[in-house]
Design a protein around this ligand. Structure first.
Ligand SMILES: Nc1ncnc2c1ncn2[C@@H]1O[C@H](COP(=O)(O)OP(=O)(O)OP(=O)(O)O)[C@@H](O)[C@H]1O
Ligand SMILES: [Mg+2]
Length: 508
């Protein structure tokens, strides 16, 4: 039996990126010990037992020699069980069961069960993207992950169900079946329609504007007014994910282990609605090694925070960085993780803690009421372009009012407004009005003189800060885009100013 050094390429995850790892296996004469070096975590160290048993149960000989596995580069921390398969293949290559001629140009990931079955792992899509970038032509993956991996154009995917399959494929003794298509992800049933919500035309209009310009929105109203119902319908009027976004969002879900086995890519915009008891680590990400939080899982979609004032204050404050930078950076002793977090925030709140039906029937004292909404800090509110107050629906209104436009109709208007923005903002590298900086506002929001006067008067009358003025202007730009107007007119500004009402009510 030849006793040699073999190597197999694999990958380790860092944030949502994968880094290539060279798995070196040395089988040498000596006492039968099996050592793993190169910053392995406990799951990687445990892989010794799985590899030993899986190799035997797959019908191969396990060498009674001294085995040393080195995961290189040694400075990079390796976590998780997906080095099982590359380590097993390295041992089989070193002992001659695997011819290994072409092994250098392959990368391999997979967890082994004791009977030699290959278990799915998270992050296969990220590994595939790294392989393509680094010029590696073929990736051997667990069969259950082959569909997501196939989404990487120009990369040959070898799906394997067992260690024996993997060896046969790499030895050229069997040919892989037809590549699975990444296109066949099941489309989630979406039966939420805006037409189901009666009345509340003002709130629906605000959500249409939010969808068109990518603005964050806060809905304030008594219990049962339809806040949660409306927020859940926002996704139905947003444009579908674009090609690059599909890969980006799917990579996040793959790394987070949320893609179900055998599934394809995520094609629907994410809608995440964490409970108000969530921790900072759950919302922003955290842990060691860092894992993505809800803001990252909402990337490309909607983060819905229902009952906003009930969230712990420091949890709400932690939202400021991702809202500002569209990404989060988490530093831990065992590594830094940077995760994308570009999401649209939709928040809902009752006007008071007791959830009284209206201001007239409210049992709370004015100080109690202002304390409740006062828990939302100014910097957080400043990042929300649209504040919408919903009235309680009375019985007559509820019975007589209709649902208005269907989501499909609203979405067409949203798409047209987005296209206008895309064309206008292309040179500035932006796509949405919500992302306009104060300086870009001057350039991209030409105002009629009447509109300028109106905004100035609103600043004085409503006590709008300079920031509030800019927020209103951004929203006015989107309202003009929905109306198909290039110049922002007074009527657009007048409507936009209505959505800053809470600046005055709460913070005066
Ligand atoms: N405008 C509406 N049109 C149709 N149904 C409505 C409307 N508002 C409320 N409902 C009904 O009331 C239920 C509760 O609405 P929803 O959960 O959206 O209220 P909410 O404003 O979020 O209340 P809470 O403050 O208690 O969370 C809905 O499931 C729906 O059946
Ligand atoms: Mg609700």
């Amino acid at each position: 039996m030849p006793l040699v050094l073999a190597h197999v390429l694999s990958a380790a995850l860092h944030g949502i990126e994968a880094a290539l790892v060279r798995v070196e296996v040395d089988v040498a004469a000596g006492l039968p010990v099996f050592t793993t070096v190169g910053l392995p975590d406990s799951a990687v160290r445990e892989s010794r037992e799985r590899v030993r048993t899986a190799i035997r149960n797959a019908g191969f000989a396990f060498p009674p020699d001294r085995i040393t596995v080195n995961l290189s580069p040694a400075g990079l921390r390796k976590e998780g069980p997906w080095f099982d398969l590359p380590i097993a293949l390295g041992i089989l290559a070193a002992t001659g069961s695997l011819k290994g001629n072409g092994l250098g140009s392959f990368a391999v990931v997979g967890e082994l069960a004791l009977d030699g079955q290959i278990q799915p792992v998270r992050g296969t899509l990220a590994v595939g993207l790294t392989c393509r970038r680094r010029g590696i032509g073929t990736l051997l993956v667990p069969r259950d992950n082959s569909r997501e991996a196939s989404a990487v154009d120009g990369l040959r995917i070898l799906p394997a169900g067992t260690l024996r399959d993997a060896v046969a494929l790499l030895n050229g003794e069997s040919t892989p079946g037809p590549a699975p298509t990444a296109e066949s992800a099941p489309a989630a049933a979406d039966d939420l329609d805006f037409a189901d919500v009666r009345g509340q035309a003002h709130a629906k209009r605000a959500l249409e504007i939010a969808a068109a310009g990518g603005h964050n929105v806060l809905l304030v109203g008594p219990p049962g007014a339809g806040k949660t119902m409306l927020a859940r319908r926002l996704g139905a009027v947003l444009p579908p994910l674009g090609g690059d976004e599909i890969i980006e969002v799917s990579t996040i879900w793959s790394v987070a282990g949320l893609l179900p086995p055998r599934s394809g890519l995520v094609r629907q915009r994410p809608f995440r609605a964490p409970h108000h008891t969530i921790s900072v680590a759950g919302l922003i990400g955290g842990g060691s090694p860092p894992h993505p939080g809800e803001v990252t899982l909402a990337h490309g979609g909607v983060l819905f925070l229902d009952e906003l004032p009930e969230f712990q204050q420091h949890v709400l404050e932690s939202l400021r960085q991702p809202l500002e930078d569209a990404r989060v950076t988490i530093a831990r002793a065992r590594g830094i993780g940077t995760f994308p977090a570009r999401f649209q925030l939709v928040a809902a709140a009752n006007p008071c803690r007791r959830g009284c039906p209206s201001l007239e029937l409210c049992l709370c004292t004015p100080p109690e009421r202002s304390r409740y909404l006062g828990r939302l800090s100014r910097p957080l509110l400043d990042r929300i372009d649209l504040h919408v107050e919903l009235p309680a629906l009375d019985a007559a209104e509820f019975q007589t009012s209709t649902g208005g436009d269907a989501s499909r109709v609203i979405r067409d208007r949203v798409l047209r407004a987005r296209e206008r923005q895309r064309v206008r903002l292309r040179d500035a590298g932006l796509a949405l009005n919500a992302d306009l900086s104060p300086r870009q506002l001057t350039r991209f929001c030409p105002l009629t003189s009447e509109a300028t006067r109106l905004l100035g008067a609103a600043m004085t009358r409503l006590g709008l800060s300079a920031r509030g003025h800019d927020r209103a202007l951004r929203v006015a730009r989107t309202i003009a885009d929905l109306a198909g107007a290039e110049i922002v007119a007074a009527e657009h500004c007048a409507e936009a100013v209505q959505y800053r009402g809470l600046d005055r009510t709460w913070r005066a």
